[in-house]
Design a protein around this ligand. Sequence first.
Ligand code: Z5A
Length: 203
Amino acid sequence: MAGRFITLEGGEGAGKTTQCELLAEALTSCHVPVQRTREPGGAPGAELLRGLLLGSDIDWAPRAETLLHFAARAEHIAKTIRPALESGIWVVCDRFFDSTMAYQGYGQGADRQFIRELSRLLGIAPELTLVLDVPEDIGARRMRQRGGDADRYERLDAAFHARVRSGYREIAAGEPERCVLIDASADVETVHAAILEAVETRL
Ligand code: Z5A
């Protein structure tokens, strides 16, 4: 495809949203056409599913929750990601299939082989994944400082967030050709510089 597909991943408060915005601005200033998007969401139907996943108090069965994330992702790919890439636009996406592996697989104990197989069946994968790594206590403190209501996942306990973080570290270590682990405990500008270096080196 003509565009390049970059994803940002990490636990709560890692700074993905902040860094997606800065990366998109940096690409735009180099005259690279870019579409910023996010998961769950990024297309009208996927945003509806986001409401169910984040806003409801339903205690989903792990497989059902996994499939809802993949349903949202399939819609997002069909309506937003693939059309952008096919027309030469770079896609910078806040979370993608590694989030399902980290949160549902490592965090909630859903079947990881099932998630791997669903990821493969999507038929599309990021060329570069920046995994923003931050200790859970720093991430939680940033979220408290930001304020607002906690979603279903943010309300889960510290042990859950520790499993998510170690899951992300395992994913990054297992796929070094696609993933770059970034120390996200540094200040915003330092993290942005590390991301730009990874993008320049890898793409
Ligand atoms: N989820 C899932 O379970 N399975 C899936 O397949 C997918 C998602 C796709 C989506 O929530 C939730 O869905 C997510 C996982 C689950 N839940 N959790 N936890 P979301 O999209 O609403 O939220 P998020 O992705 O977790 O992002 P976030 O929690 O809002 O944080 P962030 O994007 O990583 O950080 P931020 O908004 O850029 O920054 C947070 C605050 O920290 C803010 O005040 C910043 O100004 C500050 N900040 C950012 N960077 C820094 C640095 N470097 N230093 C100091 N302060 C900073």
